[in-house]
Unconditional design. Structure first.
Length: 285
């Protein structure tokens, strides 16, 4: 028997943009207590956003809250823009962290989220470790090339950059090549592909990023925290980018997501950007 719905606090946050409607939205149910897995999954299907999250009491004593993250199809152990958007919604609703950073508990473990010193609306998460790395296997690379319409010689490097969602990434020679891609989702055959390329000198960003998710009809994700996090770990580790840089994503979709990446002396990577609360209210669940 389905429990009787009750009113729960709700927010929708635009992540990686200081200007509303130019980033990536996430729906946040700020009290997911006593909801079943099916209720959460059903609501995520109904919002039809790339991710919907549910804030719950933490299990770990050092965490400020626990977060469950759902796409319309499945639950994710971690995702970047829902992490930042949920933290912003929780803080805006009066949440107070135990320490200087917000500590989020999720299926991938604890994630620390830091405020930005120069932007009251900005937050940054500490990138979790990858669960899979190394170059793409030849059959996977062939599927990626076929799905993105790329030639072998266009790919400067490729890598698994999986910190939970399962991203495979290719580095191209230029932003222009990244923006020219017209994906064939059927040919991607289930691959979640990230594509990156350097921006022209003098741009307000250093890297252009696109993210393509196969399955169903397939879609392009506007701005992707998890992909940017693992791409940063890869490109910084291999010396292809400096320790601090800015990535732009969503250009072909009419968005202007700006992702700020920084790394400390120990190699820990932070990924962040502005988070704008666009909707607040309640939802009956």
């Amino acid at each position: 028997m389905t429990p009787h719905p009750r009113s729960r606090p709700f927010a929708q946050v635009d992540v990686f943009s200081a200007e509303p409607c130019l980033g990536n939205p996430v729906a946040v149910v700020l009290d997911g207590s006593d909801l079943t897995d099916e209720q959460m999954a059903r609501f995520a299907r109904w919002t039809n956003l790339s991710e919907t999250t549910f804030v719950l009491p933490p299990v770990s004593p050092e965490a400020d809250y626990r977060l469950r993250i759902f796409t319309p199809e499945r639950e994710l152990p971690f995702a970047g823009h829902p992490t930042l958007g949920s933290a912003r919604a929780w803080l805006a609703a009066g949440g107070t962290p135990h320490g200087a950073a917000v500590v989020q508990e999720c299926a991938a473990g604890s994630v620390r989220i830091h405020p930005a010193a120069d932007d009251a609306a900005a937050l940054a998460f500490e990138a979790p470790p990858t669960v899979r790395s190394g170059e793409l296997e030849p059959p996977v690379l062939r599927r990626v090339l076929a799905g993105l319409g790329l030639r072998d010689e266009q790919v400067a490097a490729h890598q698994w950059v999986d910190n939970g969602p399962g991203w495979a990434a290719v580095l191209l020679g230029s932003e222009t090549e990244v923006l020219a891609i017209e994906p064939d989702y059927a040919a991607l055959d289930g691959i979640k592909a990230g594509v990156v390329g350097p921006a022209p000198e003098g741009s307000d960003h250093d890297l252009e990023v696109r993210a393509f998710v196969a399955g169903g009809h397939g879609y392009e994700d506007p701005v992707t925290g998890s992909l940017n996090a693992s791409v940063a770990q890869w490109l910084l580790r291999t010396g292809r980018l400096p320790g601090d840089y800015t990535a732009r994503q969503g250009t072909r979709m009419g968005r202007r997501g700006m992702v700020r990446v920084s790394a400390d002396r120990t190699g820990n990577v932070r990924v962040g950007g502005s988070c704008t609360v666009c909707v607040t209210g309640t939802v009956a669940l």
